[in-house]
Design a protein. Structure first.
Length: 386
């Protein structure tokens, strides 16, 4: 049953989030419903004041579900910072100091997002000992699909020979949390017996290989979990999903959709690749990460010390460290594989979850906090009792 987390505990205070100021990239006037006004800014052109509403205080709970298996996969090719120096002239010290990343994995020619997802799913199925014939739903969180159509989820369903509905969810680096919550809803309501939930991306195909600001940050990888009905105390103690589309221009591929189909000029200018306002994204990420974690914990009546393990989107070590420091979280409880894989977007959290589980860091009864954030802008945070 889904409920508001706050109904289980005493009312919690709201946590203000400053407005996103993307240096003219987005309007400050777009309306949003059901959120709290956070700050006031002045437009340069008129000097008038505008309130910017970006952070919803809505949370929910979804108990009676469990994760019964996990799996992950990364391509074999390891690309180190030194490799990027030799091949592209990138500064390896700058990369490691600014991001914490030492290496990442790149899919070879002929391997795509669905291939990563399929292998992660196979490993999850093996670990769960679930009969594949019981899987009746496939959800894939990705923003780097093999094709515009068919969906990556349909390709996974076909290759695994599953009798299941299949659909992609696009929330970039929040994609796995969005998919997990969606899958949990189907399972909790009895509309799915076993949901296969996957997060995966092939980021090396959407970044300009010569862009020294963006290319070193990303890698390829996927992770998967199987969800079924569980005990009444298991599942999503509290979760929040949010979006602020006005920040879309901070992280985007401007060419390739129906608004701007790719032209020869676009390709020559590299507009089919991911662009990012690094400074603005960094500030937003630290802010939303700290506030959404604080909100979910407060709504659950829990403290940072009640969490067994933190699985935070592996985007940038400085983002994670800043949020951990501000919240007072013990760094020993924060799982990290960023230095080996870089930012794998939708694959980030399930990849970390699987590695933590395989390492014995997740056990029955543990409370796991997962948080994804990224392009959209989107974010998703969950407290999951294992």
């Amino acid at each position: 049953m889904e409920t508001d987390c706050s109904l289980m505990q005493s009312p919690s205070p709201h946590f203000p989030v400053e407005s996103i100021t993307s240096r003219g990239h987005s309007s400050l006037d777009s309306p949003q419903a059901g959120v709290i006004t956070k700050s006031t800014t002045k437009t340069r052109s008129t000097g008038r004041e505008n309130t910017r509403k970006v952070f919803s205080q809505r949370t929910n709970s979804l108990l009676g579900i469990q994760i019964v298996g996990s799996g992950s996969y990364v391509p074999d090719q390891v690309v180190t910072n030194e490799d990027l120096q030799a091949e592209r002239g990138f500064d390896p010290d700058w990369i490691s100091q600014r991001t914490g990343i030492l290496e990442r994995r790149y899919a070879p020619e002929g391997q795509a997002t669905s291939d990563l997802c399929i292998e992660a799913a196979r490993r999850a199925i093996r670990s769960s000992r679930i009969d594949p014939s019981d899987i009746d739903l496939v959800l894939v969180g990705t923003f780097t699909p093999d094709y515009n159509c068919p969906s990556t989820a349909c390709m996974v369903q076909d290759k695994l020979g599953l009798d299941a509905a299949a659909v992609d969810l696009q929330a970039a680096c929040s994609g796995f949390i969005y998919s997990m919550v969606t899958g949990g809803q189907y399972v909790a309501t009895g509309n799915s017996k076993v949901a296969l939930v996957i997060g995966g991306d092939c980021n090396s195909r959407i970044v300009d290989p010569q862009d020294r600001r963006i290319a070193p940050l990303f890698g390829d990888g996927a992770g998967a979990v199987l969800m079924t009905r569980g005990e009444p105390h298991q599942g999503l103690i509290c979760y929040q999903m949010g979006a602020d589309g006005s920040g879309g221009p901070l992280l985007q591929c401007t060419a390739g959709g129906t608004r701007n189909p790719v032209t020869v000029d676009d390709v020559e200018a590299g507009r089919q690749y991911l662009s990012m306002d690094g400074s603005a994204v960094f500030k937003w990420a630290v802010r939303v990460l700290t506030d959404t974690i604080e909100l979910v914990l407060s709504k659950s009546g829990m403290s940072i010390h009640d969490v067994s393990l933190y699985l935070v989107h592996q985007a940038n070590k400085r983002i994670i460290d800043a949020a951990v420091s501000q919240l007072g979280i013990d760094p020993e409880r924060v799982f990290s594989n960023l230095e080996r894989y870089g930012n794998t977007s939708g694959g980030s959290i399930p990849l970390a979850l699987d590695e933590a589980f395989q390492a014995g860091q997740i056990n029955r009864g543990d409370t796991i906090l997962m948080c994804g954030f990224g392009a959209g802008l989107t974010w998703g945070t969950s407290l999951f009792r294992w």
